[in-house]
Design a protein around this ligand. Structure first.
Ligand SMILES: CC(=O)N[C@H]1[C@@H](OP(=O)(O)OP(=O)(O)OC[C@H]2O[C@@H](n3ccc(=O)[nH]c3=O)[C@H](O)[C@@H]2O)O[C@H](CO)[C@H](O)[C@@H]1O
Ligand SMILES: [Mn+2]
Length: 346
């Protein structure tokens, strides 16, 4: 009698175990199926990039000396071991040699909406002198005024320009922040097939010095020229908890300026998609972050650390002058503009 009862109990335990296994298994498969499905729905395949530095020729480069750091006045690596690119930290010959053989195409987005088309000529002409020289560059000019895109800027070999039509919004804030959405969509529509890296730039800027393959990395952002000497509690992050871009006083590494960010297509796509979604959540509750998409970019980069940081040499501001001793070279800089003249609203 007792035996029989034990058998029953055993059978019950085995049956229970089987049901439990089935539940766990079916949950796992449904999760992985969902994952496969969401990847499929995105439907994007990315052009793969080989990040290994391989030199084909015997280059005469200066020997790096472990006990003689080239820059002792500035931080050149982050606590998560991402390099911070400053003049002196890289050898342009070695970097160029390493990247040239990969036949890379760099998609470069720039928005010129409304009166901002006036900045295009200087932007493009200076880019042709200093930006990714020797690499293939495909500029995507997003504009509502295709006829105002200068047609007689001479582009170097391997360099292309396409015009993407976008609407003009009433407020400059909206024009600026909606870039995240248009970049996301353009990556999905065509850029993911056309390039290995993408860089997203402001148009009211000019190149003065080399911005080359030393900036290439998975996820790249530039340190804002006005705030790098401040403690993080004083960075102009969005602080209101009601915004999805909110960053608490005791978080954050560097304050990045949205005038230049980039990386491989997959990572920049994830960044623009997340920022776009968060901008839309904010909008649905009637909130606009203090510095629009720049606030959302900074929120994203607090969570998803950039793999390479550009020093303020790469995003200077002409209004800040040139007598800062840590800046040995200004490479890319915002021009001084008459905001009342070029913007749609105050
Ligand atoms: C010093 C300062 O104030 N910086 C903020 C300001 O940058 P900026 O003064 O650099 O913003 P901006 O006027 O250059 O606008 C950003 C970009 O949007 C495009 N654009 C904008 C308006 C327009 O009518 N047409 C057009 O094409 C254009 O590519 C421009 O370069 O505003 C941005 C808005 O997100 C960021 O918050 C910056 O931190
Ligand atoms: Mn600007």
């Amino acid at each position: 009698m007792i035996r029989k009862r034990e058998h029953w109990l055993l059978a019950l335990v085995i049956a229970g175990g089987m049901v439990l296994c089935w539940l766990v298994f079916s949950r796992c498969t449904s999760v992985s199926l969902n994952e496969v499905l969401s990847e499929y729905v995105e439907g994007l395949t990315w052009r793969q990039v080989n990040h290994q530095v391989v030199l084909n020729h015997r280059l005469q480069s200066n020997q790096a000396k472990l006990m003689e750091p080239v820059r002792t006045d500035v931080l050149t690596v982050t606590p998560w071991l991402a390099p911070i690119v400053w003049e002196g930290t890289f050898d342009p010959l070695v970097i160029d040699e390493a990247f040239r053989s990969h036949n890379l195409t760099i998609a470069t987005t720039v928005f010129a909406v409304g009166k901002y088309t006036r900045f295009l000529r200087d932007f493009l002409e200076s880019a042709e002198k200093h930006f990714m020289v020797g690499l293939d560059v495909h500029y995507y000019v997003f504009t509502d005024l295709p006829g105002d895109v200068p047609s007689n800027v001479t582009l170097g070999v391997g360099r292309l320009l396409s015009i993407v039509s976008v609407p003009k919004f009433d407020r400059w804030q909206e024009i600026s922040l909606r870039r995240m959405e248009f970049i996301q969509t353009a990556i999905e529509d065509h850029i993911h097939r056309e390039a290995h890296y993408i860089f997203c730039l402001d148009v009211d800027m000019r190149f003065h010095g080399r911005v080359g393959s030393e900036v290439l990395g998975r996820l790249v952002a530039a340190i804002h020229p006005w705030f790098y000497m401040y403690p993080r509690s004083q960075y102009p992050y969005e602080r209101r908890a009601v915004s999805t871009a909110s960053v608490p006083q005791d978080q954050g590494d560097f304050y990045y300026q949205a005038n230049i960010f980039g990386g491989v297509l997959e990572d920049v796509h994830r960044l623009t998609k997340t920022c776009r979604e968060n901008l839309e959540v904010d909008k649905s509750v009637g909130v606009e972050a203090v510095w629009q998409e720049e606030s959302h970019l900074n929120w994203y980069l607090v969570k998803n650390k950039p793999t390479k940081l550009l020093s303020p040499e790469y995003v200077w501001d002409d209004a800040r002058g040139r007598d800062t001793k840590e800046i040995k070279l200004i490479r890319f800089s915002s021009v001084i503009k008459n905001k009342a003249d070029v913007r749609e609203n105050p």
